[in-house]
Write a protein that binds this ligand. Structure first.
Ligand code: NAD
Length: 499
């Protein structure tokens, strides 16, 4: 049995708490490793060491810090397949999806290679007689990233890139279900030139998280996970005077207008609904066709596509469509919600329950399910299922569809499929959701924009990555200066080297 570690002071460090969590192989249902769960004392010691390391890192000029990001990006590329395999081994997603997980994180590191540009301040010359004003962006000190299981590479990279490039030290607390990718990324960052202690990976559960939230040295917390935990962390961090941005769960709707290309819409729905077994915060879990004819025609197209989906372990090859869900408990919860959908009167058009894969009978595989005639009161509509279950809610008109999306408490992503630019424009303007796709089912913005939901999908006011992340991980200091005299002779005749 492999025993995982923390990463502290640039080396693997064994846990001392005596508490461990099992890291499962979701395809076989077997325990493949155990990960130590840190105590408050372990966390506090790691923070104290990070605070010392941060001083030298903050004093390293931004261009040199960016060079570490350049080397890190090159190493991620070099180790792409190995990292993707690590992701898939603990998460269960297919290898192409594992590569996507690494790739979308790498893209944020690529933006961090230009961090000095993001960190430039502002300047006003002659704001008053002989008076200039300038503002600078300074790192916060020690910050924390707390990440979910479903993107073991991408989300830790979203957190560490901007935080480290801005001159902070980071305590990263990855999901205890998929910790190995973060540990490997820490090794690669060391190889890229990051000084020891600037990134500490602390494995743990609620005890470690609460220790982060209560540690006075930690200045900011970037969290991604489920909504109840996001809200809890936001509240406790704020009470303790920390900056916090906490991204939560989702229930993403796709509106399909009568003029949409229904084959393309069905293809998009199947990929966005069932990819990664529905374990994406940007998965589409609700299809909202407008008009009965559209709804019937969509079901007709969805059924054969869903019945063709290949479910299997990542080791079975690149033509697998999706793998197992993360735990036995997740599988039982999804099965229970499908059952509730039937009991509460939704029409189960494709039934994924009872799915079993020969040779992997103990794996956490769930077949794809499709519901029609779902209504907003049903549990399958109200809950974030986070599994391969797509619900169709029929809307009479475009206004009804828009209202449904607007009334939903979550606001992470949404999409509309239509051939009409005016409808698409109206939808994009009026919908109260953070990320909108037009004929595009999973509108995760590119790394030089930024990612963030609205309503109960995010707590805090700045988005992840892009320019917002550099604002989140730095604070502004503004200087008003006046000089009364100066020496006006003498000169320098050579270029000064800044580094
Ligand atoms: P989770 O909330 O269970 O766990 C997230 C993190 O919080 C983990 O590191 C975990 O150890 C920690 N945690 C769990 N329970 C805690 C508690 N009681 N107190 C303190 N810390 C606790 O989420 P998950 O199951 O790992 O991830 C899936 C969820 O994340 C889904 O709801 C999904 O929509 C959401 N998600 C959101 C985004 C986004 O950007 N909005 C992205 C990915 C995933």
């Amino acid at each position: 049995m492999q025993e995982l570690t923390h990463w502290i002071g640039g080396q693997h460090v064994k846990g001392t708490s005596g508490r461990f969590a099992d890291v499962m192989n979701p395809a076989t249902g077997e325990v493949q490793a155990r990960v130590p769960l840190a105590t408050k004392a372990e966390l506090d010691a790691a923070v104290a060491a990070a605070a010392v390391a941060q001083e030298g890192w903050a004093a390293t000029n931004p261009q040199r810090r960016a060079r570490v990001m350049m080397a890190f990006g090159a190493l991620i590329n070099k180790h792409m397949d190995e990292l993707a395999e690590l992701v898939s081994r603990e998460h269960g997603k297919t290898l192409p999806d594992g590569r996507g997980d690494v790739q979308r994180g790498l893209e944020v590191i690529e933006v961090c290679m230009g961090a000095p540009h993001m960190l430039k301040g502002e300047y006003t010359n002659d704001g008053g007689p002989g008076i200039d004003l300038y503002s600078m962006r300074q790192p916060l000190g020690v910050v924390a990233g707390i990440t979910p299981f479903n993107f073991p590479a991408m989300i830790p990279l979203w957190k560490m890139g901007p935080a480290l490039a801005s001159g902070n030290a980071m305590i990263l607390k990855p999901s205890e279900r998929c910790p190995s990718t973060s540990l490997r990324l820490a090794e690669l960052l060391q190889e890229a030139g990051l000084p020891d202690g600037v990134l500490q990976v602390i494995n743990g559960d609620k005890e470690a998280v609460d220790a982060i939230l209560d540690n006075d040295t930690v200045q900011a917390v970037g969290f991604v996970g489920s909504t109840p935990i996001a809200q809890y962390i936001y509240g406790r961090a704020a009470t303790n005077g920390k900056r916090a941005q906490c991204f939560g769960g989702a229930k993403n709707h796709m509106v399909i207008m009568p003029d949409a290309d229904l084959d393309k819409a069905a293809d998009a729905l199947v990929g966005a609904g069932f990819g990664a077994a529905g374990e994406r915060c940007m998965a589409i879990s609700v299809a909202v066709p407008v008009g009965e004819k559209t709804a019937d025609a969509l079901i007709e197209r969805l059924v054969p596509r869903i019945e063709k989906l290949k479910v299997g372990p990542y080791t079975a090859g690149d033509d697998i469509d999706f793998g197992p869900v993360i735990t036995a408990a997740a599988k039982a919860r999804i099965d229970g919600l499908v059952e509730a959908g039937v009991t509460q009167g939704a029409k189960l058009v494709v039934d994924g329950r009872g799915f079993s894969l020969q040779g992997y009978e103990n794996g956490f595989f769930v077949g794809a399910s499709l519901f029609d005639n779902v209504t907003p009161e049903m549990d399958i509509y109200r809950e974030e299922i986070f599994g391969p279950v797509l619900s169709q809610v029929r809307a009479k008109t475009y206004d009804d569809a828009l209202k449904l999306v607007k009334d939903n408490p979550y606001g992470n992503g949404t999409a509309i499929f239509t051939a009409d630019g005016d409808t698409a424009r109206d939808f994009a303007n009026k919908v109260n959701v953070g990320m909108v796709g037009i004929n595009f089912p999973i509108p995760v913005p590119l790394s030089y924009h930024s990612f963030g939901g609205w309503k109960k999908s995010a707590f805090g006011d700045l988005n992840q990555y892009g320019p917002d992340a550099f604002k989140f991980y730095t604070r502004t200091k503004t200087v008003t200066q006046r000089w009364f005299s100066g020496i006006k002779e003498g000169g320098e005749f050579h270029f000064k080297q800044m580094d």
